[in-house]
Design a protein around this ligand. Structure first.
Ligand code: PLP
Length: 358
C-alpha cells in the first residue's frame, strides 16, 4: 500500500528495521551516544544552533508544552484551520487566557493583523501552524516572525511544523522562531510516537519565569537531562534508533534536494488538479509543499475513490473535520517520489472516468 495520506506515511523497510536493534539501558553510555548523535543531526533539519528535545509523545504534546512552558497567562492563537484551532483549545484547557486571531480557512495568516493584535495588547506567546494539514495552506511564518520581532520582541513565537518540517525549509534561527516542532510520522517518514521540539535560549529563559509548567513536558527539566544526553523519563528508544538511521538517509539525500523534491511533487499535484478543472483549496503563493487539499466540487464519493485506489495499492485522505467529503487531500511527503505521484494521478483519472457524466 502506498500512502498519500498526511501521516502516518510510508516508512522505508530499512528504517523500520533500524527499530529492531536490541534495547539498551537508557542510562548507559552506549544509549546516550545514540541519543546525542540523533539530536545533534536533527538540528540541521531545524536550521538551528540551539537544541532539539526528543519526546516520547506526538506533536499535540508539544502544542501543550508550548503554552505550559512559555505563558503564565496570555496567548495569542493564530487560527486558519483545524490544527490552529486545536492549539487554541489546548491553551484554553490548560487554563491560559488565550485569544483567537481568526482568518478564513481559505486565507493565510496575515502578518499585519498579528502585528496589530500585538500593538493592542501584550501577549507572552504567539502560536501559529506553519502547514495547516486540514486546508493545505502554508502560512507565511517568516513574515509573521518578522512582525512579532518588530512589534513585541519579548513575545515567544511558537511554530507547529508537524506536517512540514523535513519537507519544507524552515529556518528557525534565521527567522527568529523560539519553538519549532514536528511529529515523527510526517515528513521525517518514521513511525508515530516521537515528537521533536527545538527551543531557543531566550525561550528557555522565559520558561524560568513561568510557574506550573508541569513535569513531563517541562523544557527546563528536559534541558537538564539533555546536557547529559538523556531524558527525564524513559525515551522511545526504538524510534530514536530509527531516527538516528533515517536522519543519515535524509542528510544523504541532501536537505535542499529533499525540499526540491517535495515542491516538485506539490506543483505537479496542484497543476494536475487545475488542469482537471478541480479547485485547490489554498490560494496560489500559500499552497503547501507537503499536502494538497482539493475542493470536492464534483461531489465524488471519497470512500468509493479510496476503495478504487486501494485495489491499486494506494490510499489518499478524506478532508479533515468540517472539510470531510467537501475536500479530499493528497499528501506528497516523506519518502514519496514523483513517480509515485504519477501512478496516483493516473489512477485518479481512471476513477474519474468511471463516474457517469451528469
Ligand atoms: N499539527 C498539525 C499541523 C498536524 O497536521 C497534526 C496532525 O496531523 C497535529 C498538529 C497533531 O499531531 P499528532 O497527531 O502528532 O499529535
Amino acid at each position: 500500500m502506498r500512502m498519500f495520506v498526511p501521516g502516518p506515511v510510508d516508512v522505508p523497510p530499512d528504517v523500520l528495521q533500524a527499530q529492531t536493534q536490541p534495547m539498551l539501558p537508557h542510562r548507559s553510555k552506549e544509549y546516550e551516544e545514540i541519543h546525542r548523535r540523533a539530536a545533534e543531526k536533527a538540528k540541521q533539519v531545524f536550521f538551528t544552533q540551539f537544541r532539539v528535545f526528543l519526546f516520547a509523545a506526538t506533536g499535540t504534546g508539544i502544542q501543550e508544552a508550548a503554552v505550559r512552558n512559555f505563558a503564565n497567562r496570555r496567548v495569542l492563537s493564530c487560527v486558519n484551520g483545524a490544527f490552529g484551532e486545536r492549539w487554541y483549545e489546548v491553551a484554553v484547557t490548560n487554563g491560559k487566557e488565550a485569544e483567537k486571531l481568526e482568518f478564513p480557512w481559505e486565507q493565510p495568516v496575515d502578518p499585519q493583523r498579528v502585528a496589530d493584535a500585538l500593538r493592542q495588547k501584550p501577549y507572552e506567546v504567539v502560536t501559529i501552524v506553519h502547514n495547516e494539514t486540514s486546508t493545505g495552506m502554508q502560512n507565511p511564518v517568516r513574515e509573521v516572525a518578522e512582525a512579532v520581532r518588530q512589534v513585541s520582541p519579548e513575545t515567544i513565537l511558537c511554530v507547529d511544523a508537524v506536517s512540514s518540517l523535513g519537507g519544507a525549509k524552515i529556518e528557525m534561527d534565521a527567522w527568529g522562531i523560539d519553538l519549532l516542532f514536528t511529529s515523527s510520522q510526517k515528513c521525517l517518514a518514521l513511525p508515530p510516537g516521537l515528537a521533536l521540539a527545538a527551543v531557543s535560549d531566550r525561550a528557555l529563559e522565559k520558561a524560568k519565569q513561568v510557574e506550573q509548567r508541569g513535569w513531563y513536558f517541562d523544557f527546563l527539566r528536559m534541558e537538564k537531562h539533555r546536557l547529559k544526553d538523556s531524558t527525564p523519563a524513559t525515551p522511545a528508544m526504538s524510534l530514536i534508533f530509527a531516527l538516528d538511521y533515517q536522519l543519515d538517509r535524509i542528510l544523504a539525500e541532501g536537505l535542499e534536494n529533499r525540499f526540491a523534491r517535495h515542491s516538485r511533487m506539490a506543483r505537479r499535484v496542484q497543476e494536475w488538479a487545475e488542469a482537471q478543472g478541480l479547485e485547490v483549496f489554498a490560494p496560489p503563493g500559500y499552497r503547501s509543499q507537503t499536502v494538497t487539499t482539493i475542493r470536492n466540487r464534483e461531489g465524488w464519493d471519497v470512500a468509493a475513490l479510496n476503495a478504487f485506489l486501494k485495489e491499486r495499492g494506494m490510499r489518499i485522505a478524506n478532508g479533515y473535520g468540517a472539510l470531510k467529503n467537501v475536500t479530499f487531500r493528497i499528501a506528497h511527503m516523506g519518502e514519496t517520489q514523483p513517480s509515485d505521484i504519477e501512478d496516483l494521478l493516473q489512477a485518479m483519472e481512471a476513477f474519474r472516468a468511471t463516474i457517469p457524466v451528469r
